[in-house]
Design a protein around this ligand. Structure first.
Ligand code: PLP
Length: 428
């Protein structure tokens, strides 16, 4: 949407990206698992306190690896929310498994842990949680359910780097977790991702699956004198050029995180009065969650009002998209997955949600976004007041007409439908 003055996202250089790419070229190692990839692995492992991180070319790839590593097969079931990106489901559908969608919590929009146990059947193999907007799912309850039923926990932590639950980093709760460094995320490499392997028993196989089903990683470490095909796998590792870019982002993670929180807090504070007046709902962050300011979303009162607000912002040159279309409502969702009940919270909230622009350097642009949102509600309120005013004057006129006709006067009652208001309705 090039005509947008304030786009939803704008990727930025954080520091040494271009210098590191130059160094990578100088080293003449552009394929995977070069020096920059190793430094990225080390950064992630240190940051998360995880035994093994492996860069992938996307979070989608990391989720596909997780599905291979958990050995889910045809007919097996994986519990997950429907309010998520297609890759959460596709990774398991590719293995012949059936996603079982469970509704989300009204506060965080994360999978509702209270509904998980009812979705477990003898075919259930795993629970794949999604930490929406970098806000943690209830990992205490979910971990306990998984342990009770012998299920694997996989974290789709695409949006969750630098976020925590009860002080512990997201991405360290599941046996496996998947991160994204897509250009819309907090730390980026254009396309990119990582699989974090928390279960030490899965590390060797993860390396093999990522290297086309070969033991090439062991060969490169000098542990075997030739490498060969030992398992299923694919090519999941990214070029070291991308790792060079990503490392520069990692090195600036704290500063970028602080900037993002400043922006998130600015939106949150400025929109509080609209929430107080019941005009919209702001994100809710449970006390046990350290979020990462990944998204700033608001919930409008109705789907129609959400669409009107998006359209209004577009007229101001501001791109504020909605988010996931629930997977259970999608053609492939109906074909490959199963829903637990009506998923009414998912359906309702996804239709009322919009995301505000969020990127490093947005600065004063956030003020313009807030102003445009405020203007929308001013206009809407004025229109509502005008409609109420018309209704009141029509009621008064009807009353007068009754009084006057009782007294023999002829009086024309106003039409039943309200006349055009002087206020322009926001475009639909
Ligand atoms: C929850 C979730 N999972 C997975 C993905 C896929 O990430 P990627 O584009 O890195 O494959 C996304 C993308 O935004 C996402 O939001």
């Amino acid at each position: 949407m090039s005509d947008m003055r304030i786009g939803f996202n704008r990727p930025t250089l954080a520091g040494n990206e271009l210098e590191y790419i130059r160094q990578s070229l100088e080293r003449a190692h552009l394929s995977g698992d070069g020096a920059f990839t190793k430094r990225c692995h080390a950064w992630l492992e240190r940051r998360l306190g995880a035994p093994q991180a492996l860069l992938t070319h996307s979070c989608t790839a990391a989720l596909e690896m997780a599905a291979l590593l958990t050995d889910v097969g045809p007919g097996d079931e994986v519990i997950m929310p429907s309010f998520t990106f297609v890759s959460t489901a596709n990774a398991f559908v590719l293995r012949g498994a059936v996603p079982v969608f469970v509704d989300i919590r009204p506060d965080t929009l994360n999978i509702d842990e209270r509904l998980i146990e009812a979705a477990i059947t003898p075919r259930t193999r795993a629970i794949c949680v999604v930490h929406y907007a970098g806000v943690a799912c209830d990992m205490d309850v979910i971990g306990a359910i998984a342990a009770r039923h012998g299920l694997a926990v996989i974290e789709d932590a695409a949006q969750a780097l630098m976020a925590a639950y009860r002080g512990r980093p997201l991405g360290t709760f599941g046996a496996l977790s998947a991160f994204s460094f897509h250009e819309t995320k907090n730390l980026i490499s254009g396309e990119g991702g990582a699989l974090v392997v928390n279960d030490p028993d899965l590390i060797t196989r993860a390396e093999i699956i990522r290297e086309k089903g070969t033991n090439r990683s062991r060969f490169l470490r000098g542990e075997v004198n030739k490498y060969t095909w030992v398992d299923v796998g694919s090519s999941y590792l990214p070029s070291d050029l991308l790792a060079a870019f990503l490392l520069a982002q990692f090195e600036n993670a704290e500063r970028l995180d602080a900037e993002r929180h400043a922006l998130w807090n600015a939106y949150h504070e400025a929109l509080a009065p609209l929430e107080d007046r019941g005009l919209l709902r702001r994100p809710l962050i449970p006390a046990e969650c350290r979020h990462n300011a990944h998204l700033y979303y608001v919930l409008a009162r109705t789907a129609g009002e959400r669409d009107a607000l998006i359209a209004h912002l577009r007229t101001k040159g501001i791109q504020a998209p909605f988010h996931y279309v629930p997977l259970h409502s999608a053609p492939a969702g109906r074909r490959y997955a199963r829903a637990m009940g009506a998923l009414s919270v998912t359906t309702d909230l996804s239709a009322r949600l919009l995301r505000l622009p969020m990127w490093y350097g947005l600065g004063a642009g956030a003020g313009q976004v807030v102003e445009a949102v405020q203007e929308f509600f001013r206009t809407a309120e004025a229109r509502a007041a005008a409609t109420t005013g018309h209704a009141a004057s029509r009621a008064l006129a009807r009353h007068l007409a009754r009084v006057r006709s009782a007294s023999g006067e002829v009086f024309q009652a106003p039409p039943a439908t309200p006349p055009e208001t002087p206020h322009e309705a926001p475009p639909a």
